[in-house]
Design a protein around this ligand. Structure first.
Ligand code: FE
Length: 194
C-alpha cells in the first residue's frame, strides 16, 4: 500500500469565498501530497501500518522524519474533514458541552481564536475531548494529537500555506472564517460519539 491523502470530502469550489479553490489546489495537491510522497520514501512497503500506529511507532523509535510526515498526513486528512461549506452550527447536544467547557459558543470562538493567534509560526489548533471534557489545545509545526489520550473533534491548520493566498498574513480573519463559516460541527459530533 501507498500512503496517500484522503479524497477531499467536498468540491474544490464549495468552500468559497472562505477558502478558495486555488488555496485547495496548493494545500491539498502540493503540500498534503508532498507529506504522503515523502512518507512513502521513508517507510518500506512491509512497514506501512495504519497511520496512527505508524505515528506511535515513530514516536517510540525517535524517528522524527517519519513522525512528522505521518502526522502531517493525518493532520491534513483531519483538517479536510473539519471543513464544510454548509455553514453549520453545533447541535443542541454539542452546544451544551461547549457551554459547559467554555461558557458560551462565543466564548469558545474567542478562546479558539486566541489559541490560533498564540501559535508562533506553523501549527494546529484542536478542539478535543479529554475524557468527558472539551478542551482547546495547540500543536506546533507537524505535531499531532493523534495517538495521544486526547480525542480530536475539529482542527484548524494555521500554517501560512493554509491561508496566505486568500488572506495574506491575516490569520485572525482566516480563523474567523473557519469559526463562522467552515467548521464541520456534524463531523465534530460524530467524533465525540465514536
Ligand atoms: Fe497544511
Amino acid at each position: 500500500m501507498e500512503y496517500q491523502p484522503m479524497e477531499l470530502p467536498f468540491g474544490r469550489e464549495s468552500l468559497e469565498p472562505h477558502m478558495s479553490a486555488e488555496t485547495l489546489s496548493f494545500h491539498y495537491d502540493k503540500h498534503h501530497f508532498a507529506y504522503a510522497g515523502k512518507l512513502n520514501t521513508l517507510v518500506d512497503e512491509a512497514d506501512r501500518v495504519d497511520v496512527i500506529e505508524l505515528i506511535n511507532k515513530a514516536r517510540a523509535d525517535g524517528n522524527i522524519p517519519v513522525e512528522q510526515n505521518a502526522s502531517q498526513l493525518y493532520n491534513h486528512d483531519f483538517f479536510w474533514k473539519s471543513l464544510s461549506g454548509e455553514g453549520q452550527a453545533p447541535s443542541a447536544e454539542l452546544l451544551a458541552k461547549i457551554e459547559a467547557a467554555f461558557g458560551s459558543l462565543d466564548d469558545f470562538k474567542a478562546q479558539f481564536k486566541a489559541a490560533a493567534l498564540g501559535v508562533m509560526g506553523s501549527g494546529w489548533v484542536w478542539l478535543v475531548a479529554d475524557g468527558d471534557e472539551l478542551k482547546i489545545v495547540t500543536t506546533g509545526a507537524a505535531e499531532t494529537v493523534a495517538g495521544t489520550n486526547l480525542k480530536p473533534l475539529l482542527t484548524l491548520d494555521v500554517w501560512e500555506h493554509a491561508y496566505y493566498i486568500d488572506y495574506r498574513n491575516r490569520r485572525p480573519d482566516f480563523t474567523d472564517a473557519f469559526l463562522e463559516h467552515l467548521a464541520n460541527w456534524s463531523f465534530a459530533e460524530a467524533q465525540l460519539a465514536a
